[in-house]
Structure formats: structure tokens, C-alpha cells
Ligand binder design. Structure first.
Ligand SMILES: [Zn+2]
Length: 241
């Protein structure tokens, strides 16, 4: 009798665990979780061929774009595969809204945000945390190869009424002396300002006087993009060198 009760007890606990275990979904984790599940399905051969293809594709895209500051091995680092797959296979609602072939910086729109992206890095939290290529970088690398780069030269993917809005959706922090001019520039291009001591939500930092203070160094150490005002003005304008 006691034994039976224990068995019933164990079964009840297992059902409860299974039920609540399956409910602990974090939205951004779902796709990663789904990808992991797919791996254990019978189609093992197809799946490993696909994974092989994803790695090859990532290597090729970086190489063809000349993003050689990243060693090939970076794509095989832990956690990269799901980022490559999310960018190349699912796109996840991403689009390149601006790209300047001179500065090689892009503004990428995701479902809820805009990011500043280049071969050097990205303004998203994922890149800041890991300092490894994020899905936005893989997406950009793919977009540059799939679409004609010159397509971006004329801003023809920007409606003419918002040509001034090149900084729309991006949030900046200004450091150093002489901030008025920088502020004016950001305002006139529809950018906004973020005040966050942790740099959270800050797209990039513009160092008005170009001086590398301890605070600027701190931002860099946290993988936050920093630009001098001169560099900043050239991000999305098309001044050929
Ligand atoms: Zn990113």
C-alpha cells in the first residue's frame, strides 16, 4: 500500500514537472530550442548536410565580402551555428534599410529595433556580450552578396521624403567637448539620444572632441561602437575618398 502511494506520488510529480517544464518559454529561445530539437529527428543525414552547408556558407560570405578580420574558425565557435541559421535560413524579419559602400556601415531593421552593423561589429546586445559575429552581421554579409552592392549607392531603397532620416531609430550618446554641433547633426537626421550609464540601448557613442577618455575606453571595452564626429558624419553619406 505504501509502495503504491509512493509510485502514484512520483507519477504526479513527473506530470507536474513535464507540464511546467514545457511552459518555460523565453521568446527568443524558441527558435534555438526548435533548432536543437530538429537535430534529434530521424533526418540525421539531411540535417548534418545542412549544417555543413551553413558553415561553408558563413565562411564563404565573410571571405567574399573581404571581412578577413574574422578567422574562419569563428563560425564554429559555440553558439554560432544557430545565429548563422537564423540569419541565412529564416531571416527573422530583418532587412537592410541603408548601406554606405564607402563606410561599409549598414542600418538594419529587425522586428522591434534598428541596429548599426558592419564587418567590425553590431550595436545589438548579443554582439556586446560575446564579441562574436551576431545574426545581423551574417544577415548583412549575405545581403551584400545576394544583392548588388551598387543598389545601395543611390539610396534608392530610402523613400525620398526621408532622405534626412538616415539616423532614424538609432540612439546616440555624446561624449567630450563641443556637443552642440553633434546634437544638431543628430537631430537634423532624426536620430535620438539615449542616456544610460550602462550603455544599454545606446546604438553608438559620438566623441565630439575625439579624445579617448576613460569613459570612452570603458565603452570600447564593452564593445560599444564609438566614432569621432568626422567618422560619424560619413557613416551614411556618400563622400568618396
Ligand atoms: Zn547584432
Amino acid at each position: 500500500m505504501g509502495g503504491l502511494l509512493i509510485i502514484i506520488g512520483v507519477v504526479v510529480v513527473m506530470i507536474v514537472l513535464l507540464y511546467f517544464g514545457s511552459k518555460s518559454d523565453v521568446p527568443d529561445e524558441i527558435s534555438t530550442q526548435e533548432l536543437a530539437n530538429q537535430e534529434s529527428k530521424p533526418d540525421q543525414n539531411n540535417r548534418s548536410a545542412e549544417i555543413e552547408w551553413l558553415y561553408d556558407e558563413a565562411e564563404m560570405l565573410f571571405e567574399d565580402n573581404g571581412w578577413d578580420e574574422w578567422d574562419k574558425s569563428v563560425h564554429h565557435a559555440s553558439g554560432q551555428r544557430s545565429r548563422i541559421e537564423r540569419a541565412l535560413k529564416y531571416s527573422e524579419g530583418l532587412s537592410v534599410v541603408q548601406y554606405n559602400p564607402v563606410s561599409e556601415y549598414a542600418k538594419i531593421r529587425s522586428k522591434h529595433n534598428y541596429y548599426l552593423v558592419s564587418k567590425h561589429g553590431c550595436s545589438c546586445p548579443d554582439f556586446r556580450e560575446r564579441a562574436l559575429p551576431c545574426k545581423h552581421m551574417y544577415f548583412l554579409a549575405n545581403d551584400l552578396i545576394s544583392n548588388d552592392k551598387t543598389r545601395y549607392d543611390e539610396h534608392d531603397n530610402l523613400p525620398s521624403f526621408c532622405e534626412d532620416a538616415i539616423l532614424y531609430g538609432l540612439r546616440f550618446m555624446i561624449m567630450g567637448r563641443g556637443q552642440e554641433e553633434v546634437k544638431k547633426y543628430i537631430n537634423s537626421h532624426f536620430g535620438s539620444f539615449a542616456a544610460s550609464s550602462s550603455f544599454q540601448g545606446v546604438t553608438a557613442i559620438v566623441v565630439a572632441d575625439g579624445k579617448e577618455t576613460a569613459r570612452v575606453a570603458e565603452a570600447k571595452s564593452k564593445n560599444v561602437m564609438t566614432f569621432s564626429f568626422e567618422e560619424f558624419k560619413k557613416l551614411f553619406t556618400e563622400e568618396a575618398e
